[in-house]
Design a protein around this ligand. Structure first.
Ligand code: ZN
Length: 174
C-alpha cells in the first residue's frame, strides 16, 4: 500500500469523529499570527508551549522561519485577511536550516536526479535555500525584514522569540 493509500484509509477513520468547522470563526480570537519553522518537533508542541488553542492564532511555517518574497506574501495576506495585530517570529534550537551546507544539499539534489544545469542557475544556492549560521540572528533578520517591508502595517506588533526544544522555554529575541 502506498503512503497515499494509507493516508486515505486513516482519513476514512477520522471522518467518523470529525465535527464540521463550517461555523468556526475565521478570524483568530487573539488577533495573533506565529511565523515558525517546518521542523516536525514543533508541530502540536509549539501551540501548547505558547498556550494557543485552535482558533487563537494563524500559524505560518517556513523552513528556518525565513521569509523569501513568496513566503512574505503568506504573512502579509494573513495580516490583512485575518486582522492580525501581533506577530511572533519563533526560531528554535537545533534548527536544520542552521546547519545546512550548500555542498551537502547539492549532492543530495544531484543524487535525486536534479540536473547540474538547473543548479548552475543559482549563483548562491545556500542563500536561496535560506541556510544560516545562528538561529537567534536569523530571527532578528526575519523581524527586521518584516518591519522594513513596505506592505507591513505600522500598527502590527512584531516580536522575535527563540524556543528551546530541550527545555520548552520561550525566550524573547531582542
Ligand atoms: Zn527549524
Amino acid at each position: 500500500m502506498s503512503v497515499f493509500d494509507e493516508i486515505i484509509q486513516s482519513n476514512r477513520e477520522y471522518q467518523k469523529k470529525h465535527k464540521s468547522l463550517e461555523a468556526f470563526p475565521l478570524l483568530p480570537r487573539r488577533k495573533l499570527a506565529v511565523l515558525t519553522c517546518v521542523d516536525m518537533r514543533l508541530q502540536g508542541v509549539l501551540e501548547e508551549a505558547l498556550g494557543l488553542k485552535l482558533g487563537d492564532a494563524v500559524f505560518i511555517r517556513t523552513a528556518g522561519n525565513n521569509l523569501n518574497y513568496g513566503e512574505m506574501r503568506s504573512v502579509i495576506t494573513a495580516v490583512f485577511k485575518y486582522d492580525i495585530r501581533a506577530l511572533l517570529v519563533v526560531g528554535h534550537e537545533d534548527c536544520g536550516m542552521g546547519r545546512c551546507e550548500e555542498n551537502q544539499l547539492q549532492e543530495v539534489m544531484l543524487q535525486r536526479g536534479i540536473k547540474e544545469e538547473a543548479l548552475a542557475e543559482y549563483d548562491n544556492l545556500e542563500m536561496w535555500l535560506g541556510c544560516f549560521r545562528d538561529e537567534r540572528e536569523n530571527v532578528r533578520e526575519t523581524v527586521k525584514k518584516l518591519s522594513d517591508y513596505s506592505l507591513t502595517p505600522e500598527d502590527l506588533e512584531i516580536q522575535g522569540f527563540f524556543f528551546s526544544i530541550t527545555t520548552g522555554e520561550l525566550q524573547p529575541v531582542t
